[in-house]
Design a protein around this ligand. Structure first.
Ligand code: AP5
Ligand code: MG
Length: 208
């Protein structure tokens, strides 16, 4: 059973590659950020707590993140494996999570900060199903509309320079150090994230 974590800096293609690999392996791709954005959109108490934090680029509290992720992993479609994008992101989350769950693979998509900024500057995201597109690199078939569900494409509220810089700072300071644990566990796979979507997907596919 595959229990895969996808890591990498902002805009590295975690969401994009998780969705493609999920189709190949027949297991769900679960994005921590997408789950939180769904909570915000639904106006739930968790969403109300999360909204301003997401917009600033900071991390929501561990108890909120862990509660949301564990209830998603308990759904029936995740019983045969999953690909998790964006969790755990800090030591304290990894301590709690790895106590009960043993990932089988950690895929690190490597990208420079300059490339991250370029990717995020052109990102368009579906307001309904959260599929990502890019103005230059992955344009939708019909401008402004999602290929997947026809929903309106929007800019994410945290894709502004201030929030992107905060997210990259947290990634380098708090999330990158987790890689040493996975390296020690022998489950870390580094993939060059700077190629085209198809090239990166092929490199990821080779791991399975
Ligand atoms: P999250 O939604 O996970 O955002 P992120 O980590 O900032 O990562 P992104 O979604 O920006 O990047 P991605 O790697 O998925 O890139 P994508 O595939 O879209 O988290 C959002 C927020 O939620 C956090 O800031 C925090 O507030 C909160 N949160 C999340 N997890 C948390 C946790 N564990 N604890 C606490 N809080 C948490 O690709 C980017 C763009 O590039 C797209 O336009 C895409 O089309 C394009 N693209 C992708 N691949 C390629 C390629 N190979 N070539 C050219 N273009 C490409
Ligand atoms: Mg994402």
């Amino acid at each position: 059973m595959y229990k895969i974590l996808i890591m990498g800096p902002q805009g590295a293609g975690k969401g994009t590659q998780a969705e493609l690999l999920a189709q190949t392996l027949g297991i769900p791709a679960i994005s921590m950020g997408a789950l939180l954005r769904e909570e915000v959109a639904s106006g739930s108490p968790a969403g109300q707590r999360a909204q301003a934090i997401l917009e600033s680029g900071k991390l929501v509290s561990d108890d909120l993140a862990l509660g949301v992720i564990l209830s998603r992993l308990a759904r029936p479609d995740a019983a045969k494996g999953w690909i998790l994008d964006g969790f755990p992101r800090v030591d304290s989350q990894a301590d709690l999570f790895l106590k009960s769950i043993q990932p089988t693979h950690v895929i690190l998509l490597e990208l420079t900060d300059a490339q991250s900024l370029e990717r995020l500057a052109g990102r368009l995201q579906c307001s309904v199903c959260q599929q990502s597109f890019h103005e230059l690199y992955l344009p939708p078939k019909t401008p402004g509309l999602c290929d997947n569900c026809g929903g309106a494409l929007i800019k994410r509220s945290d894709d502004n320079p201030m929030a992107i810089n905060k997210r990259l700072e947290i990634y380098h300071h708090d999330t990158e150090p987790l890689l040493a644990r996975y390296e020690q566990m022998g489950i870390l796979h580094r993939v060059d994230g700077s190629g085209t979507v198809v090239e990166v997907a092929a490199a990821v596919r080779k791991l399975f």
